[in-house]
Design a protein around this ligand. Structure first.
Ligand code: 4NP
Length: 152
């Protein structure tokens, strides 16, 4: 199973989702891989935002090795599931899909814990530290559910 996490910049939310899921895949010995990308080109080649690196580290998740890249149409072929963080990411990725099969790969990540509600993972970029911790808690819960499904 190949999973891709997607947000806007690929420096806050999706690298955290990538790092948390990577750790849980390893801990559970699951045959799966995870990557992340941004819909924008704003931060290509950049490491995650230092505030997200810090929040992750406080929770024993290391993400400083990650580098931002932009989502491409090739990702529809390379990944089985594409988790987006919010509705804008969803619309941007869906616009690039060529067929129904590709569209069906795209899922709002919080629907793993609040099915059908289409809740957004809020963008913490312009906010304070509390926003980063909130994002951590949401993605920790969502990735627990993803792991549970992979273990079925
Ligand atoms: P992310 O957060 O999509 O969670 O990586 C953002 C990072 C950068 C910007 C916006 C959101 N930006 O406008 O540069």
């Amino acid at each position: 199973m190949k999973i891709l996490m997607v947000c806007l910049g690929n420096i806050c939310r999706s690298p955290l989702a990538h790092g948390i899921l990577r750790e849980k895949i390893k801990l559970n010995n699951i045959n799966a891989s995870v990557d992340s990308a941004g819909t924008s080109n704003y931060h290509i080649g950049d490491p995650p935002d230092f505030r997200m690196i810090t929040t992750a580290k406080l929770n024993n998740i290391m993400i400083e090795d990650l580098k931002a890249r932009q989502f491409t149409t090739k990702d529809f072929y390379d990944f089985d599931i594409i988790y987006v963080m919010d509705k804008n990411n969803y619309d941007n990725v869906i616009q690039l899909a060529k067929n129904k099969e590709q569209k069906e790969k795209v899922k709002m990540i919080l629907n793993e814990i609040t099915q059908g509600m289409n809740h957004n993972v809020p963008d913490p970029y312009y906010g304070g530290n509390k926003g980063f911790e909130e994002v951590f808690n949401m993605l920790d819960q969502a990735t627990d559910k993803i792991i549970k499904n992979l273990l079925k």
